[in-house]
Unconditional design. Structure first.
Length: 135
């Protein structure tokens, strides 16, 4: 891949067959993430007390746009499950929502995602290089 924060999406940037992340129930590798205030957190702070659904998201992700309501409904059905969003990179950056070149830019966009979508799930932010997303 040419760069993690690509300026425009190309089909070769995505391959389902290359998924290397943990499967449901497998032990995860702890990640350094940020809260919306930019404070460094560990993913392990949120995991272990209850079941967790971790969804990677971006404003320009069609999957996020099309599953948001269903995920909110699941959250209502399963109140004992912690639903976390990990804001990663913009899936389809362009003129309106561009690729991130700094952590400050990424935090601003993550906050906008929360405000514009009235998101009530806990939102965490991956680092600028996408370390958590890649893991």
């Amino acid at each position: 891949m040419e760069t993690y924060n690509y300026p425009h999406f190309k089909p070769e940037h995505y391959s389902v067959s290359e998924f290397r992340g943990p499967k449901a129930g497998e032990t995860f590798e702890d990640l350094n993430v940020f809260d919306l205030d930019g404070k460094n957190r560990k993913l392990s702070q949120y995991i272990g007390r209850q079941p967790v659904v971790l969804e990677t998201v971006s404003i320009t992700s069609p999957v996020f746009a099309h599953t948001r309501e269903a995920m909110h409904q699941l959250q209502q059905v399963y109140p004992d499950v912690l639903f976390l969003l990990l804001y990663v990179r913009e899936a389809h950056p362009g003129n309106i929502t561009t690729a991130h070149r700094s952590m400050a830019s990424k935090l601003v966009t993550a906050k906008y995602l929360v405000d514009s979508h009235k998101e009530q799930r806990t939102v965490l932010v991956d680092d600028s290089d996408g370390s958590g997303h890649k893991t």
